[in-house]
Design a binder for this molecule. Structure first.
Ligand code: 4NS
Length: 536
């Protein structure tokens, strides 16, 4: 009774920022996170891969073309959930335990997750999919504010079950706080959606709004897809990577994703001339791309299932959906090092075989990140730029496109703002660090958005600062600042650091102040003191 009373009070107040009318229920919020998906991998950002459901969200919502993540899985997830930079939340690098608190490998007690904050404001909070911000059971989603959870605790797994991808590896799929074994016909993208739908349905009678964090593993390696989806993409990739990159680039310009002056980066230096390949090599890559496309296609089909369920429940007009990726396309693979011959060697089994583990390598990632350079792990646009869609039928104007720079730290304050919830001051008796993000609600409402003075990046010694149109980038271990003007050169092709030394100095000084505030430890120093338990 008391609970219902509190819910009613919360329902009647707190809407002034969100743009939702005072009389309306507070909105449900769904964050959909893709994994290792590149900037141009969905239709409405230039891809040949069919994503009609995401395209529909974009057509009826907002696309942001300068949205950034933290260039790697664990850091991006920590930032998304907490509104802090990853180091401040305790996940400075991967989900491994290092002695330094900013790199402990699980969310610390000086941050709160969106789930924890929204629960205090009367929301039900659910998560399905890949967690990867805390491996020990005491750090799992139910311990960080979620009421219900189903998914993979670790960084990657077979899409067909719990098959290890290295000897003696233990992976965990959990339902709530219990490890479970997937049943027959398991395919993770479908299973995460099945549970998301179940949690939404079960939430309805409570009358409370819900927050759902739906973190697909797709299209992260291993390349695993369903045969009927793969079949639809056979033949799509036969022209080879250069032609496909050009086609995406052209479409991106037509769609207004890229400025007219943007240039296509040259083919990555690790990728051979397509014509130099043997027929076997060509066919192998075509097959991998068909599988990769099928994984994204299946994710989109499942997003369609979520939309249909919202409509069926009469919740579609009162739900906000945000979609983005955790980092750029990735050349990594667990077997082989991303070079095509290694990938062919690694993929002795077909992609529908649960025991096959492979990726699409440098060539695939280079296509995924069209028109940018480099990949996941780097702080160039290829590593950090993500497609971003926000859909909220009663708030966001149809077909809006914004090129203002924004960052994954902005998701948490946006969710709080949508819910009319306050950023908490304490967690388990500990002071919480002030959020680094800004609410995107003014942008959603078509108003002027002040935006960030600067955006900052650090991952495994790679560094960057974006300040207006300027960006400095440094690669580890070279540690030399390069300077790009993104308005003239979004693909970061012309290094202006020798020409504009004062600008480099100005941005480098911004980086140093930020790194101190954000608890970044220089990578050389971090690695000289890795701690006994570190393993990757
Ligand atoms: O080594 N691993 O276990 C590993 C490495 C990378 C990885 O991908 S990531 O997206 O989680 O960084 C997942 C697992």
């Amino acid at each position: 009774m008391r609970r219902r009373y509190i819910t009613a009070i919360l329902t009647l107040t707190c809407f002034s920022f969100s743009g939702y009318p005072q009389t309306k229920k507070r909105p449900n919020i769904i964050i959909i996170l893709a994994d290792d998906m590149g900037y141009s991998d969905i239709g409405c950002f230039g891809s040949e891969i069919q994503t009609p459901n995401l395209d529909d969200l974009a057509r009826n919502g907002l696309k942001m073309t300068n949205f950034y993540n933290a260039s790697r899985c664990c850091p991006s997830r920590a930032s998304l959930l907490t509104g802090l930079f990853q180091h401040q939340a305790g996940v400075g690098d991967m989900m491994n335990t290092r002695p330094q608190s900013a790199y402990q490998g699980y969310l610390n007690n000086n941050c709160v997750t969106i789930a924890e904050a929204l629960k205090r404001a009367g929301y039900n909070a659910f998560m399905t999919g890949k967690w990867h911000v805390g491996q020990a059971p005491e750090h799992w989603p139910l311990k960080r504010g979620f009421d219900r959870y189903y998914g993979l605790i670790d960084g990657a797994a077979s899409y067909f079950g719990l098959y290890p991808y290295r000897p003696n590896q233990k992976l965990t799929i959990a339902l709530g706080d219990k490890p479970v074994t997937p049943g027959e016909n398991y395919y993770s993208t479908n299973a995460y959606t099945d549970y998301a739908i179940k949690f939404i349905e079960e939430s309805e009678p409570s009358g409370k709004p819900f927050f759902l964090y739906l973190a697909y593993q797709a299209p992260h390696w291993p390349l695993h897809a369903l045969p009927e989806d793969i079949a639809r993409y056979r033949g799509e990739y036969k022209e080879g990577w250069d032609k496909l990159r050009e086609a995406r680039f052209k479409k991106m310009k037509q769609l207004g994703i890229l400025d007219k002056n943007c240039e296509l980066s040259p083919r990555d230096k690790q990728v051979s001339d397509w014509e130099s390949l043997s027929q076997e090599e060509k066919e192998s890559w075509e097959e991998k791309m068909a599988v990769y496309a099928a994984m994204i296609d299946r994710m989109d089909q499942n997003i369609g299932r979520i939309k249909s369920k919202l409509k069926e429940l009469g919740e579609d007009q009162n739900t906000v959906i945000i979609f983005l990726s955790d980092n750029g396309g990735s050349n990594e693979s667990i077997r082989g090092n991303g070079f095509l011959p290694d990938i062919i060697e690694a993929a002795k089994k077909p992609a529908s075989d649960p025991a096959s583990f492979t990726s699409y390598g440098f060539a695939g990632a280079n296509l995924s990140n069209t028109p940018f350079r480099l990949f996941k792990h780097w702080e160039y646009e290829g590593g950090t730029a993500t497609p971003f869609i926000a859909w909220a039928p009663s708030v966001i104007k149809k077909g809006n496109v914004s090129s203002q720079p924004a960052h994954i730290i902005d998701i948490m304050p946006t969710c709080l703002d949508l819910a009319g919830a306050k950023y908490p001051k304490a967690y388990k008796g500990n002071t919480i660090k002030p959020t680094e993000g800004l609410s995107l609600i003014p942008l959603f409402n078509g108003k002027e958005w002040k935006g960030h003075d600067a955006l900052y990046f650090e991952h495994e010694g790679n560094k960057a600062v974006r300040h207006g149109d300027w960006k400095i980038v440094s690669e580890f271990p070279e540690n030399k600042w390069r300077l790009y003007n993104l308005k003239a050169d979004r693909s970061e092709l012309v290094d202006l650091s020798d020409k504009h030394k004062a600008k480099v100095k100005e941005l480098a000084s911004l980086y140093e102040s930020w790194a101190k505030r954000a608890e970044v430890i220089p990578f050389e120093e971090l690695n000289s003191n890795r701690g006994d338990k570190f393993q990757n």
